[in-house]
Design a protein around this ligand. Sequence first.
Ligand code: GLN
Length: 276
Amino acid sequence: MHSLTIAQVMTDTRHILESVDVRLLLQHVLNVEHAFLLTHSEYELTSAQKQSFLQLLERRIQGVPVAYLIGKRDFYDLTFKVNEAVLIPRSETELLVELALEKIPSDRLYRILDLGTGSGAIALTLAKHRPLAQMVAVDVSPAALAVCRENARILQVDNVCCVTGSWFDELSGERFDLIVSNPPYVAHGDPHLQRGDLRFEPQVALVAEGSGLACIQHIIAAAPQYLVKMGWLLLEHGHDQAEACRELLQQADFSNMCSHPDLAGIMRVSGGQMRS
Ligand code: GLN
């Protein structure tokens, strides 16, 4: 095989893939930080490195998400292990984390529930930042919860309890100060499901009945039974679902309804508070 340097890889792949993807694949294969690539552009890949890189490149060109190829994704200020059993954490979900952190006190116990936790991106980030909080992370998929547990171990988060179950099914009698969720909210047949990373992600984490609103509807209707007085519910939702969410919150007798825009200016998180 011909020799191949970092600089050559970056140039040769310029027209095929985004440079950030190539960079992440290279970092993974060479087991180095970004700074190494920048300062060692003449480094020659060994033949084993070259072979694994070309294999990953091929799968990336076929569409497999970079996060699945390298097995991880940065989210907020942490890095999460991911695999095909979980949705890849997205930057817009950091808004939900920020809004939740504003509500969670740092000086006392606070009970939080994350519904449909997946990799644990939301639950573990909140739990890590609020060590006195008690987090319950629920997911219907045992394979997803295994990823969440593994992340809790790696990130050394010990204030999270992982529960297998559908939404509130395993939580009878429990009450929380805050419930958060990034439930499936994409409608069946949405063309986005045929594009990019979404083609490879678990459909159970993405798609919901009722034009995408079924899970949100279920969560909002049931949440009052699991919240304390003055407790909060915060939900991520689709770009055109904010109004519907606020209406559902109102029907469930929440107060202080609000919706918040993500960095792209799209209303992405809505919530409400239980009355006193
Ligand atoms: N925000 C995701 C997307 O459309 C969907 C995540 C979800 O359904 N919870 O790519």
